[in-house]
Design a protein. Structure first.
Length: 142
């Protein structure tokens, strides 16, 4: 059976990563845990939460059978809602691991929420200076 699973954002065997890493302001940690746990019930998906609680990095993680289209749809809805929770509480979607390709939409949303879209464009302009043919990390955010 193919399944979607999380393993420190590495693809292992026939699994795909499905983790939403987030960094939250420390005083909201307990609230985040409650909100994310509620999503476990809402989407009827298994969920574990681990991370580096001392510095506010949490890694809510779920997994589904990759052949179950309904479960994959619920997984992505949960994934985006977890990112929304982080942003609503003043955190970030990136934690210590960066953005990657799974959170491209979330990154733009974070810059919008923080009124920093200009910063994203400046980063893209800097990349164009050093990579005018876009051969380094093509298809990525920056």
């Amino acid at each position: 059976m193919k399944r979607i699973c999380e393993a420190a954002m590495l693809i292992i065997s026939d699994c795909l990563p499905a983790s939403s890493w987030m960094k939250v302001v420390d005083m909201y940690l307990s609230r985040v845990v409650v909100l994310v746990r509620n999503l476990e019930k809402k989407y009827n998906l298994p969920l574990v939460i681990f991370g580096h609680v001392g510095d506010g990095n949490l890694h809510p993680t779920t997994w589904v059978d990759a052949s179950d289209e309904n479960a994959k749809k619920r997984l992505w809805e949960m994934f985006y809602e977890i990112m929304d929770i982080a942003l609503e509480l003043g955190g970030t979607i990136s934690a210590e691991h960066g953005i990657g390709t799974l959170k491209k939409k979330g990154l733009r949303k974070e810059f919008e929420v923080k009124k920093s879209l200009k910063a994203l464009e400046l980063m893209r302009e800097i990349k164009r200076v050093f990579d005018p043919k876009n051969i380094l990390n093509p298809g990525k955010v920056i």
